[in-house]
Design a protein around this ligand. Structure first.
Ligand code: ADP
Ligand code: MG
Length: 540
């Protein structure tokens, strides 16, 4: 148990020291590819394909304090999480019940329903061209300050497009470099090299991709990155691409779904995914498809985009993730796992082979559960939800046909967040906004939402955040302004892992970590106020 006093952070710095750290951090970032493309100021269809400028990613000057024990615990749990989500993805019946468009959340959420229907059609009418799935995962956590102790609590588990691995590695390296060059002006006894853990996420994620490529078994096949048009976080993806080529001699092709509508086809007999290329006379065979797109409805501007996604799913290439693995990452699955006995069933020690080593999964079920906050569905009529309602005052008031899950969410609103089946941020409803939101929510959409207890992070911890942004007076080629603020913050830890799995077999590993820090709102919601930055940890 750490005795660290979070409200003493960050250490005091003079304006001159702050200026020197800002110069060191931004120069390091620009020198080491810790970069974003600047926000586009032209309409998307006229954006040049070849970038002319880049800006450093938003950064924290001093790493965020994080208790050593909880940091280690999060890393150690990742293998159990890797296996858990592999098993969820392999459990068709469970996914049909929870995410499907006939029995599950796919009824109320059109995007989820469309993906599920596409998957169902493929498994009913198609051949199983590829039994293996690849997941590059990121499990996200916040510290929960409850009853005088700090507990590690999971925000969400990402199974698609888990980003910022390479950039977080570089953010950690930047902090180590600043420590070596300035000792942070001896501003805090915590700022020592022993407290700055290593981060080698890039090679770990690439190990997962290269293992899938090897398992596919065609040496000169390529890995396909499916990307969004106008992606700003391209350098994070590029670092994976460079490492695949330089360390593993594996070539990458980057295409959008729109590109693939033209370039992609399946070999009629082998179902190999074949891409024609404008720069190469002979087409490429694809071993592995890494999706950095297709997680949000706006990635599918018309129904034909879904056709392209489903063509990729039918192929013999290994999908990262497959449709079932993407569905396994739904907020609704996260909620379903919290119900009594569900996790324990998935973590049985029976019937599975392991890659390098045996994991006693059953023994870890309680540790996994201990990382969860309470969750329930707005349409829930479960006995425990009814029982919780009975314990609250005011719960007897006339609510007509409003289900217990919604009534409980209204009564406990100040300590809750509501989440729909979406990824990528900006979709949740927090605390005081919940009652009015529930008033306006059509009854048939309730099922699409889950309620989650808010994780109450340590208060009073601040950070120095730096961002480059186009100046307000700027034009397309305009100047970049730098903005440094010291604000109260929340830091979110993410642990990366991969799993390559099929029927009865999982090869997996924990591969690294990230910290993102954001300013708190005055209403203390988890919503990013101002901006969110890449950070690292100082273990305390
Ligand atoms: P998304 O898939 O859109 O990233 P998340 O579940 O990660 O959705 O929620 C987005 C952000 O909201 C998180 O990064 C976190 O800051 C905040 N948040 C989500 N759930 C909670 C929670 N239970 N307690 C506190 N903050 C939360
Ligand atoms: Mg998230």
């Amino acid at each position: 148990m750490t005795s660290f006093n979070f409200s003493t952070w960050p250490p005091q710095l003079t304006p001159e020291q702050l200026e020197a750290l800002t110069l060191a951090a931004t120069t390091y970032a620009l020198s080491h590819g810790l970069l974003y493309l600047p926000p586009s100021q032209s309409p998307s269809n006229t954006q040049p394909r070849i970038p002319t400028t880049a800006i450093h990613a938003p950064l924290s000057l001093i790493p965020a304090p994080f208790p050593r024990a909880q940091f280690q615990a999060a890393r150690e749990l990742q293998s159990v999480y890797n296996v858990l989500y592999a098993r969820v993805a392999m459990d068709t019946q469970f996914l049909d019940t929870v995410m499907g468009a006939e029995e599950g959340v796919g009824k109320a959420d059109e995007f989820t329903g469309t993906l599920w229907k596409g998957w169902k059609k493929i498994r009913e009418h198609g051949v199983l061209a590829q039994p293996l799935h690849l997941g590059l995962f990121r499990s996200d956590y916040l510290l929960h300050a409850a009853e005088d102790r700090l507990a590690l609590k999971q925000v969400e588990f990402n199974t698609i497009s888990s980003s910022f691995g390479p950039l977080s590695e570089r953010a950690a390296a930047m902090h180590r470099n600043i420590l070596a060059s300035t000792s942070y002006f001896s501003a805090s006894p915590h700022l020592t090299a022993d407290n700055f853990p290593e981060n080698s996420t890039t090679s770990g994620l690439v190990e997962g991709l290269s293992k899938a490529h090897e398992a596919y078994g065609v040496q000169d096949a390529r890995i396909l990155f499916v990307v969004q048009p106008n992606e700003r976080n391209v350098f994070d993806q590029q670092w994976l691409e460079y490492e695949l080529l330089e360390k593993h001699q594996i070539h990458v092709v980057r295409q959008t779904l729109a590109d693939l509508a033209v370039s992609a086809s399946l070999d009629p007999s082998t179902h190999a995914l074949i891409l024609t290329s404008p720069t190469n006379s002979s087409p490429y065979e694809i071993s592995t498809i890494y999706f950095r797109a297709t997680y949000t409805p706006s990635d599918f501007p018309s129904p034909s985009y879904y056709d392209t996604r489903f063509l990729l799913e039918r192929s013999r290439a290994i999908k990262c993730p497959s449709l079932p693995l993407q569905l396994a990452g739904g907020k609704k699955v996260q909620e379903a796992l919290t119900r009594p006995g569900v996790l324990e069933r998935f973590l049985s020690n029976e019937g599975a082979k392991w890659g390098a080593r045996a994991l006693d999964l059953t023994a870890h079920a309680a540790d996994i559960r201990a990382t969860w906050m309470g969750m329930w569905a707005l349409d829930s009529e479960d006995v425990d939800i009814v029982a919780a309602l009975d314990h609250l005052p005011d719960s007897g008031q006339a609510q007509g046909s409003v289900p217990p899950g919604t009534r409980l969410a209204r009564l406990k609103a100040p300590s809750l967040v509501l989440k729909p089946q979406r990824e990528g941020g900006g979709n949740n409803v927090y605390r005081e906004a919940i009652p009015a939101f529930l008033d306006a929510l059509p009854a048939e959409e309730r099922e699409a939402w889950v309620a989650m207890e808010m994780i109450e992070t340590p208060r009073g911890v601040s950070g120095y955040l730096v961002r480059a942004s186009p100046s307000s007076s700027g034009t397309d080629n305009g100047s970049i302004e730098k903005k440094v603020v010291c604000v109260e913050v929340i830091s979110e830890l993410g642990i990366f892992g991969y799993a390559l799995f099929g029927e009865g077999e999982v090869v997996e590993r924990e591969v690294g970590w990230l910290v993102r820090t954001k300013g708190t709102e005055s209403n203390e919601g988890g919503v990013a106020a101002g901006f969110s930055v890449l950070d690292s940890v100082v273990l305390v």
